[in-house]
Design a binder for this molecule. Sequence first.
Ligand code: PLP
Length: 373
Amino acid sequence: MREATKVIRSTLNKPAAGEPLHPGPVFAAPYYAPGDPASIPYTYARSHNPTWTHLEKAIGQMESSEDYRASALVFASGMAACSAVFGAVLRPGDAVVLPSNAYFAARVLAQEYFAKMGVEVRLAPTANNAQAEQLEGAKLLWIETPSNPTMDVCDIAALCQAAHRTGALVAVDNTTPTPLGQLPLALGADFSVASDTKAMTGHSDILVGHVAVRDLELRQKIDQWRTLTGGVLGPMEAWLALRSIATLPLRLERACQNAQRIAEYLLTRSEVEQVLYPGLPSHPGHDIARRQMRFFGPVLSFVLRDKAAAETFMKQSQLLSDATSFGGVTSSAERRARWGGDKIAAGFIRLSAGCEDIEDLLEDISQALDATR
Ligand SMILES: *Cc1c(COP(=O)(O)O)cnc(C)c1O
């Protein structure tokens, strides 16, 4: 079966006469569990529940290839998934190599909490595989490509080889491309981590995250972390996520096509000083991205003259919702520097292409750019 078919079929129940085609959410805290609990699949919902199991099977299949079977564990948010990897792997005296431009909250978690508990946090840029220089003696290499919001790209396979030579584990934050756009475990990573709040579920209405692994021992550590820390995904969100995933192949294809067209259009406009999208041949990471990505992702960034121009653009646009986050069916954008924390220009805009008609999006962007002159 091809990818889209597999994804859609993976959201169905096992066929049984009189049973619904699609699983619904199962609401329970304890389960009836007489006698020896070891042989009972569900006992208490902080450890496991059937709605997670459906979702984890669907995501695990997406993270797998012909060469291996991945298993996925779902979390209440992307950050819960990120902290599970940090927490299950890092101990005092260990070193972790993070991208200096990593997702802001992951960077703060490492620097403000793990560093203060004795973990050495080393930072290096994503571009030019600069993290490879920091690996000596490290326990964990954390990669994010394309990085956010500057869309830098690094070579996952090359970094995994370098990290494994020095004995480090590798985790990839694969939020932006989703496993349909890029398959970290197939490129050699030990963990594929994502905020499924973004393109994976795509409706901007739930928080979800996951960690996928090939190795069962690593799986066990992440699973135990989840059960002990206890900030788990509710069955309603798990069910909504499963429902949303069936349309991922359609949504991702359309959103990435739209992103590519918007990036190409922005290049033709004199008001735009720079366009950052790995799908553009002019992007410094384009060749690597072409090798390791199946879609270049729904997110692009561009730079206008200054803060005022960016604010005018956002105010003038009718179809780009002024909001943070990305990967939804609704196109959105924001002047990114309003948050602080990233080293970017005042006129820097991050745009998430949704699934609207591209002609409408281009007309809207065109008139909003006109207004910045
Ligand atoms: C949003 C995001 C996260 C955190 O995910 P939440 O679901 O908001 O907790 C982590 N990494 C990246 C790259 C993200 O974009």
